[in-house]
Write a protein that binds this ligand. Structure first.
Ligand SMILES: *[C@@H]1O[C@H](CO)[C@@H](O)[C@H](O)[C@H]1NC(C)=O
Ligand SMILES: *[C@@H]1O[C@H](CO)[C@@H](O)[C@H](O)[C@H]1NC(C)=O
Ligand SMILES: *[C@@H]1O[C@H](CO)[C@@H](O)[C@H](O)[C@H]1NC(C)=O
Ligand SMILES: *[C@@H]1O[C@H](CO)[C@@H](O)[C@H](O)[C@H]1NC(C)=O
Ligand SMILES: *[C@@H]1O[C@H](CO)[C@@H](O)[C@H](O)[C@H]1NC(C)=O
Ligand SMILES: *[C@@H]1O[C@H](CO)[C@@H](O)[C@H](O)[C@H]1NC(C)=O
Ligand SMILES: *[C@@H]1O[C@H](CO)[C@@H](O)[C@H](O)[C@H]1NC(C)=O
Length: 373
C-alpha cells in the first residue's frame, strides 16, 4: 500500500468527482452561440432575435419594444417583421416580434453588440431582469458575467447593465444565414421548430451542439439559422453583407432602396423607395431598365434589373445589374440547406462513450477507496 496516496484525501477527491458526475450544475444553462467568424467585416452582422413578452405582462406597443432594445429606427423594426411602413409606433407589437440588432463575435461566441442595456430599478433582481423583462433570452449568469457583477442578488438601483443576448454571424454549411435567437416555448420540438423556420432538424442540432432532439427543453435559447434570399450584391458594395430572411424586408442605400425576401423565389426583390430618404437618391438603372423592372425574354426566362449594392467612394451611387431567372422553375420547393452532421453526431457519440467509460472508472476506483476507509 506504500506507493498509494493517503486514503483520506483520495476518498475526498473521489467524493468530489462522484458529486460532479451525479449532480449536473443546477440553474439555467447559459446559452452561448458559437461565433468564430473573424474576418473584420464578418465578425459583426445583423442578428435577429425573437421577443415574446413574458407571460402575465400586457402586450407592449411597438414603441415600447423599440425602447426596451434601444432600436434606432421604428422603420427597421417594421421591416424586420414584414409590417407595412405605415404601421404607427403605438400599434400593439405582434408576439413574437423579430428584433434586429448588431451581433459581435468575440472569443468564439457571439453576443449582441453593446445593446440592449437596462437600468436597474428598485426591487429588481438579475433573474427578474433576465426572465421577466428580457423573456429568458439571457440567463442571470450571462448578465452577471458580462457586467462583472459578483453577487447577482445585489445590484445597485440605477446601475446600467448590458444584456448580452446570444447571436452568431457564422455561415452554416458554407451558406450565409441569419441566426435567429429563439426561446423554445412549452411543448416545442426540434422537428416543429425546423418546420416552422424552413430548416432541418440536423441543422438545428448541429448548430446548437445538441446530441439529439430529446435534449431540447422549454425555455432553452436556441440558435435557428434562417435561410436568406440570394442577391446580386457586389462584394465591393458597402452593404455587401446584407442578409434578408423570408418574411422580412430591409431599407438600405440610405433608405433609397427597399429589399424584400420571399420564400416563393428566395431572391432579393429590391425597389426604389419613393420619398423615404431624407436626402437625394441617385437613379439606379441597368441600361434602359430601372431598378426592380422585370421583362420576359422568352416563355421561361425573365430578366430583372436587380440591386447590386451601393458605394460612396467618389460619390453616393446605387448599383444595379441585370439578372436572369428561370420562371418555369420558380415556385419549386427551396433547396434544403445541406449540413454534414453525421461526422458531428459520431463525434458526440464518441465523446459520450468516453465520458461514460471515464465515469465508470472513477466510480469503481472510488468505491474501492471508500471501502478501505
Ligand atoms: C471586475 O471586478 C473586479 C473586482 O471588483 C476587478 O478587479 C476587475 O477589474 C473588473 N473587471 C472588469 C472587466 O470590469
Ligand atoms: C468554428 O470553429 C470550429 C472549431 O474551431 C470549426 O469546427 C468550425 O467549422 C468553425 N465554424 C466556422 C463557421 O468557421
Ligand atoms: C405562457 O402561457 C401560455 C398560455 O397560457 C402557456 O401555454 C405557456 O406555457 C406559458 N409559458 C410559460 C413560460 O409559462
Ligand atoms: C454585373 O454582373 C457581371 C456578370 O455577372 C459582373 O461581372 C459585374 O461585376 C456585375 N456588376 C456589379 C456592379 O455588380
Ligand atoms: C415565409 O414567410 C411567410 C410570411 O411570414 C410565411 O407564411 C411562410 O410560411 C414562410 N415560408 C417559409 C418557407 O419559411
Ligand atoms: C420600371 O421602374 C420604374 C422606377 O421604379 C417604374 O416607375 C416603372 O413603372 C417600371 N416599369 C415597369 C414596366 O415595371
Ligand atoms: C457619402 O460620403 C459623404 C462624404 O464622406 C458623406 O457625407 C455622405 O453622408 C455619404 N453618403 C452616404 C449615402 O453614405
Amino acid at each position: 500500500m506504500a506507493p498509494l496516496p493517503a486514503p483520506a484525501p483520495a476518498s475526498l477527491l473521489c467524493l468530489f468527482f462522484l458529486c460532479l458526475l451525479a449532480a449536473p450544475c443546477p440553474g439555467a444553462r447559459a446559452a452561448r452561440f458559437a461565433c468564430n467568424a473573424t474576418a473584420p467585416r464578418a465578425s459583426t452582422c445583423q442578428a435577429l432575435i425573437s421577443y415574446a413578452p413574458p407571460n402575465g405582462t400586457a402586450t407592449p406597443t411597438l414603441a415600447a419594444v423599440r425602447a426596451l432594445f434601444q432600436l434606432r429606427s421604428h422603420r427597421a423594426l417594421l421591416a424586420a417583421n414584414g409590417l407595412p411602413l405605415s404601421t404607427p409606433p403605438t400599434a400593439p407589437a405582434p408576439a413574437p416580434l423579430r428584433v434586429r440588432l448588431p451581433c459581435l463575435c468575440s472569443g468564439g461566441a457571439g453576443a449582441t453588440f453593446q445593446r440592449p442595456t437596462y437600468r436597474v430599478r428598485a426591487g429588481d433582481t438579475l433573474d427578474a431582469v433576465a426572465r421577466g423583462v428580457f423573456a429568458g433570452l439571457v440567463t442571470y449568469q450571462d448578465i452577471a458575467a458580462a457586467n462583472n457583477v459578483s453577487d447577482p442578488n445585489r445590484v445597485a438601483v440605477g446601475q446600467q447593465l448590458w444584456i448580452p443576448v446570444p447571436c452568431s454571424c457564422d455561415p452554416v454549411a458554407g451558406q450565409p444565414v441569419v441566426h435567429f435567437t429563439y426561446v423554445v416555448p412549452t411543448g416545442g420540438s426540434v422537428a416543429g421548430i425546423a418546420q416552422e423556420f424552413s430548416t432541418t432538424e440536423e441543422t438545428i442540432l448541429a448548430v446548437n451542439k445538441m446530441a439529439d432532439s430529446k435534449a431540447l427543453v422549454a425555455g432553452q435559447v436556441l440558435d435557428v439559422p434562417l435561410r436568406a434570399c440570394g442577391s446580386a450584391i457586389s462584394s465591393t458594395a458597402i452593404d455587401r453583407n446584407l442578409l434578408v430572411p423570408n418574411g422580412s424586408y430591409v431599407l438600405t442605400a440610405n433608405n433609397c432602396v427597399m429589399c424584400g425576401c420571399s420564400s416563393s423565389t428566395w431572391q432579393l426583390d429590391c425597389q426604389p423607395t419613393q420619398g423615404l430618404s431624407s436626402s437625394f437618391c441617385p437613379a439606379a438603372k441597368c441600361g434602359d431598365m430601372f431598378l426592380g423592372n422585370t421583362s420576359s425574354t422568352s416563355s421561361c426566362e425573365s430578366t430583372t434589373c436587380s440591386y447590386a449594392g451601393y458605394t460612396n467612394t467618389t460619390s453616393f451611387a446605387i448599383l444595379a445589374n441585370v439578372t436572369t431567372s428561370n420562371v418555369c422553375n420558380a415556385g419549386m420547393s427551396p433547396v434544403a440547406q445541406p449540413v454534414h452532421s453525421s461526422a458531428f453526431r459520431l463525434e458526440r457519440a464518441w465523446l459520450r462513450w468516453t465520458e461514460l467509460v471515464f465515469s465508470l472508472h472513477v466510480v469503481l476506483v472510488c468505491l474501492g477507496y471508500l471501502r478501505q476507509d
